[in-house]
Design a protein around this ligand. Structure first.
Ligand SMILES: Nc1ncnc2c1ncn2[C@@H]1O[C@H](COP(=O)(O)OP(=O)(O)OP(=O)(O)O)[C@@H](O)[C@H]1O
Ligand SMILES: [Mg+2]
Length: 246
């Protein structure tokens, strides 16, 4: 069973009374432990798609099943619990809470699910250590570099041991070195922990880390060309973009 499956997804906004379709009949499945990248021009609907998959927005038509549960059939509260249990979301602009320290931001998912954070000290130390943040535990977000902020937000996304990581241009605001580290961390989450990753990116080199690259254009997910790894190169991805006129 896919960890997330979208079928016939539409998202239509009304702009000045005129319906404006942002996603059109999108089908997408991600299997457990699979790393999928989605590329597409600005405004093609990538963030909209991720928000729908996470149940943060509702489709105009179509269904999203997260871990086998149809999101439309759940109450808001059930959706929140399912989201907490199943996925971690990584944002382009980090979305760390500015007045909480790194360790408080990372432990937030535990706090929200009512867990005793003190009893998770070992997990917290291991998580921060694995992301190179052991020395930054008590720092506030504004005292971190961009790469450190993104690593803290990855730590927070991983804290709940999610089956699926959704990452919306996580390297978009980073230097290329910090961006490479972020992609390596996503790969490690998949390779070592078996988590599925759905990565939205503009960067062909990032996309080449995926098992499969999909292209979104004008709200339509192109069935072809779909690039498949292993061993994808950035040049393959650039060629795929060119073939679609992106
Ligand atoms: N609330 C809204 N009302 C009307 N149109 C919207 C709304 N939110 C998003 N859109 C439109 O939906 C389209 C897709 O937006 P989306 O944020 O999904 O694009 P994207 O592919 O993530 O772009 P980028 O690469 O720039 O982040 C855009 O044209 C945007 O103007
Ligand atoms: Mg976007």
């Amino acid at each position: 069973m896919p960890i997330v499956r979208a079928s016939g997804l539409f998202r239509i906004y009304a702009v000045d009374g005129t319906p404006s379709p942002v996603l059109r009949d999108v089908d997408l499945s991600v299997e457990p432990g699979e790393f999928v990248a989605v590329m597409g021009p600005s405004g093609s609907g990538k963030s909209t798609l991720l928000h729908l998959l996470a149940g943060l927005d509702e489709p105009s038509a179509g269904t999203v099943e997260l871990d086998g549960r149809d999101l439309a059939k759940l109450s808001e509260n059930e959706r929140t619990l399912l989201r907490r249990r199943t996925l971690g979301f990584i944002f382009q602009f980090f979305n760390l809470i500015p007045n909480l320290t790194v360790e408080e931001n990372v432990a937030l998912p535990w706090l929200l699910s009512g867990e005793e954070v003190r009893s998770r000290e070992g997990d917290l130390a291991a998580l921060l250590g694995s992301l190179g943040l052991a020395g930054k535990r008590r720092f506030l977000p504004h005292q971190l570099s961009g790469g450190e902020m993104q690593r803290a937000s990855i730590a927070r996304a991983l804290a709940g041991k999610p089956k699926l990581l959704l990452a919306d241009e996580p390297t978009g605001n980073l230097s290329s070195k910090a961006g490479e580290e972020v992609i390596a961390l996503l790969r490690a989450a998949r390779d070592r922990e078996g988590r599925a990753v759905l990565l939205v990116t503009h960067n062909p080199r990032d996309a080449a880390a995926a098992d499969r690259v999909l292209f979104l254009k004008d709200g339509v997910l192109s069935p072809e060309p779909v690039l498949r790894g292993p061993g994808l190169e950035a040049e393959d991805v650039v060629e795929g973009l060119r073939a679609l006129g992106i």
